[in-house]
Design a protein around this ligand. Structure first.
Ligand code: ADP
Ligand code: GN1
Ligand code: MG
Length: 363
């Protein structure tokens, strides 16, 4: 019922003819809403925000309104189409950016980006290149956005040192008594404690600059235009916050350059595709239009390894804590996801020299 209550309170056009769960995000509950207006179909995205994770929806939506308004201006200046190239928030009938239902659930609505697709796996290498250009360009466009106005929607989101500490606590507390069955995975993390520190320490020492970044740059957080094949719109703006360019690069590699799905059970299928790695490096540096420092480019492989390690550690932490953060669709889902990430880290370790050689070409 709360969903219907929410729908009735948004200021969209037409009459609702269909609503169904949509997409494969791990965090929010997303629905595709179909409406009819004067014989024409229109679509909207309706989302119930995950307020266990995003505990301050006012601040979250303020970020999204600020970022999308800024991008809208930039897109218009550059002669683009602001209706398709950034998210467009549909306000409530009271002019608010989200609706709180009578059970306390928080809902928001976006215009649906028509004639574009978000992919769960790379189908054509050029698509991956185009997403790299688009994510790089996203960061470039936001370089003039004042970071001070952004709220930290999830504190310490990519603070890998803090993620490591939380992981260790989860192992010690072991509230679901699962630790004994995943000793190998736990040991994998403990053996790589250094990796949790490397990039964060470089940031602390001002060797890497803090930028406004997306922080969740996986392939299905970008819409690819069905006609032109270009990365038309960066979506899922919940974690736009100050961060490292290398983390945005790295999270895309973690997901998109993996030859297997994030939750593949057959680990022999997991590897880092170096052709895709290079294509993404080329696209991302082009999209950033020369704004990355030499050090940032040199540490792109480190970003890829760190993000993959961190994500695996987060999946494992969630498994140990009873699967309360990431949505799961089967028993042991987070453990399967953790294992693919660690297999990918191992593969990157083997391919390290080649990855370093590749990024050198783009310095
Ligand atoms: P989550 O945080 O759960 O990942 P997302 O905001 O990424 O949620 O939305 C989930 C999926 O819904 C996306 O991967 C994409 O397929 C689809 N989606 C989200 N917003 C739009 C939009 N404005 N237009 C078209 N599809 C969208
Ligand atoms: C989540 O929201 P979604 O599904 O795009 C998560 C990312 C992880 C990713 C792993 C807010 O992304 O940090 O890297 O799952 N988002 C949040 O697939 O935690
Ligand atoms: Mg998403």
């Amino acid at each position: 019922m709360s969903r219907e209550e929410a729908i009735n309170n948004f200021d969209f056009c037409g009459t609702v003819t269909d609503i169904k769960p949509y997409g494969s995000g791990h965090i929010n509950d997303t629905f595709l809403m179909t409406c009819e207006e004067k014989g024409k179909q229109k679509h909207y995205i309706l989302q119930k925000m995950n307020t266990d994770i995003f505990q301050n929806p006012d601040e979250l939506m303020e970020n999204i309104i600020n970022v999308t308004s800024f991008l809208r201006k930039k897109i218009i200046e550059n002669g683009g189409d602001p209706e398709r190239e950034t998210l467009n928030v549909i306000l409530t009938k009271n002019g608010e950016s989200y609706y709180r239902d009578s059970d306390g659930g928080c809902w928001r609505m976006y215009k649906f980006i028509e004639d574009a697709t978000s992919y769960d796996q790379v189908e054509k290498p050029d698509d991956f290149y185009q997403t790299a250009v688009a994510f790089g360009n996203f960061q470039y466009l936001l370089s003039e956005f004042s970071a001070e106005v952004l709220h930290e929607t999830i504190p310490d989101f990519h603070n890998t040192i803090d993620r490591f500490a939380k992981f260790k606590r989860a192992v010690e507390e072991d509230i679901y008594q699962r630790a004994s069955s995943v000793q190998k995975e736990i040991q994998f993390v403990l053996d790589r404690e250094d990796l949790a520190y490397t990039m964060c320490t470089m940031l602390r020492n001002n060797e890497l600059p803090l930028r406004v970044t997306h922080n969740d740059t996986k392939l299905n957080n970008i819409m690819i235009d069905n006609q032109t094949g270009k990365g038309i719109c960066v979506i899922d703006l919940d974690t736009v916050m100050p961060g490292l360019a290398g983390n945005d690069f790295g999270d895309s590699i973690r997901f998109g350059a993996n030859t297997a799905a994030e939750d593949e059970k057959d680990l022999s299928k997991v590897s880092c595709d170096l052709n895709l790695f290079e294509l993404y490096t080329k696209g991302f540096t082009e999209g950033c239009r020369g704004s990355l420092t030499k050090k940032e480019i040199q540490t792109l492989p480190l970003g890829a390894k760190t993000m993959t390690f961190e994500c695996g550690m987060r999946f494992l932490t969630d498994y140990l804590q009873g699967d309360t953060y990431f949505k799961i669709h089967r028993e042991g889902h987070n453990l399967d996801r953790c294992r693919t990430q660690f297999a990918l880290v191992e593969d990157m370790e083997k391919k390290w020299d080649q990855m370093m050689e590749i990024v050198k070409k783009y310095e």
